[in-house]
Design a binder for this molecule. Structure first.
Ligand code: ATP
Ligand code: MG
Length: 382
């Protein structure tokens, strides 16, 4: 199944069960939202999950692009990306968690061909509804305490969740999701069953709301029998190994950060010293740092048009390749200048001995040289 068929299978399954398609939001939340980027399909629906009536009714489904800066350091493993797509379904009090899990299982089995023999789930030990549902369906359950509890802060909606894992090992399934990493999490079902008050007490929400999220690139990895998200068809034109021969992890980071940058630029963000623009700046500079550690002549000017075009198209953005390249190249020029100016400054400080915290603060405050840049690129052994 390719990515379009996979997305369609999910959306159609829920539409056939009375869910309305919610339009996809930009990565940039509307003004007034304190969050820098949309981090899940649920994020734009927050007011409705806390009780407001949604104009499209109580059953919703969508596909949402997401960005998680919290996952930056995990990027390069088999399953984490900075920008990824999430398929989601919601019950705003229309049906309870047990129904969500039952449909979830049916979609995995009938829509994606993944039956109970390749599945394992986790559930909160006190979430009797989910435990009973999984027992009835016949999927093995690992009971946990702290891991399967969702909240969005100290107060507000919260409740148990149940995560669905697929076996990705070469052997028959073994162990459990928390004991064997070959169990890959693909889907989380959150039962927003309570409201937490300032004093810590829990008030039951009747009827409960349900929020689910499935990572598109993760389910594709499984459906396409690949080792990682980077080998799925959404990365098809992103093979940069010939252009920039690097170790596999660096190649993955580079691919992720460049592709994420394209999507962020496509949603209207430009590099800047703070906020969203700074996230974009960091992504581009992390790419350049990895490239220049190997060869200072390498330039984003050599990045082919095809992956940029393919990505803009995949995310349905209205933008030409030219302006995207221009943003990347302008940022590269600026960074090249910074590195050039920074090198003698750093080497002067370095000649007095290993850099101290005070040195790093000075370099940052006076020359705008961030610590990771100094460590990764500028600091030569004394
Ligand atoms: P993990 O523990 O693997 O980081 P998570 O618990 O943070 O996942 P959720 O917040 O529940 O994930 O998000 C719902 C789904 O979105 C996950 O089951 C997964 O399929 C997908 N997902 C989450 N983070 C990423 C990411 N960084 N890259 C790709 N897919 C992701
Ligand atoms: Mg995570």
């Amino acid at each position: 199944m390719n990515v379009d068929q996979t997305v369609r299978t999910f959306l159609d399954f829920y539409r056939e069960r009375g869910h309305q398609l919610v339009p996809e939001h930009s990565l940039v939340p509307p003004p007034g939202d304190p969050v820098l980027f949309t981090t899940s399909g649920m994020h734009p629906l927050t007011p409705y999950l806390s009780g407001r009536t949604h104009p499209q009714g109580p059953r919703l489904v969508n596909l949402q692009r997401c960005l998680r800066t919290t996952d930056l350091d995990k990027v390069g493993d088999d399953t984490h990306l900075t920008v990824f797509q999430m398929l989601g379904s919601w019950s705003l009090g229309s049906y309870p968690g047990g129904q969500s899990l039952t449909w979830g299982y049916e979609l995995m089995r009938d829509g994606f061909g993944i039956g109970s023999d390749r599945l394992h789930v986790t559930a909160h030990q006190d979430d009797l509804e989910s435990l009973r549902t999984w027992e009835r369906i016949g999927v093995p359950v690992e009971r946990t305490r702290d891991e399967n509890w969702w909240s969005n802060g100290p107060t507000g909606p919260c409740g148990p969740d149940s995560e669905i894992f697929v076996w990705t090992g070469d052997t028959p399934p073994r162990g459990t999701p928390t004991t064997d990493p070959r169990w890959t999490e693909v889907w989380n079902h959150v039962m927003m069953r309570y409201l937490r008050h300032e004093d810590g007490s829990l008030e039951p929400v009747e009827p409960e709301r349900v929020d689910t999220g499935m990572g598109v690139e993760r389910i594709l990895t499984i459906l396409q029998r690949k080792r990682s998200v980077f080998e799925t068809d959404v990365f098809r034109p992103w093979s940069l190994g010939k252009l920039w021969p690097l170790d596999e992890r660096s190649r993955r980071v580079l691919t992720d950060h460049l592709r994420s940058s394209v999507v962020v630029i496509g949603d209207g963000v430009r590099p800047s010293p703070n906020g969203r623009g700074y996230v974009l700046r960091r992504l581009i500079r992390r790419v350049l740092t990895r490239l220049w550690r190997v060869d200072q002549e390498w330039t984003l000017g050599d990045l082919p048009t095809e992956p940029i075009e393919f990505t803009i198209d995949h995310f349905g953005q209205r933008l030409e390749v030219g302006p995207v390249r221009e943003v990347l190249l302008t940022e590269e020029d600026r960074f090249r200048g910074l590195v050039k100016r920074g090198r003698p400054v750093v080497s002067r400080r370095r000649s007095r001995g290993p850099l101290t915290d005070d040195d790093f603060s000075y370099l940052h405050d006076t020359y705008g040289l961030p610590r990771d840049l100094v460590v990764d690129l500028l600091e030569e052994p004394a």
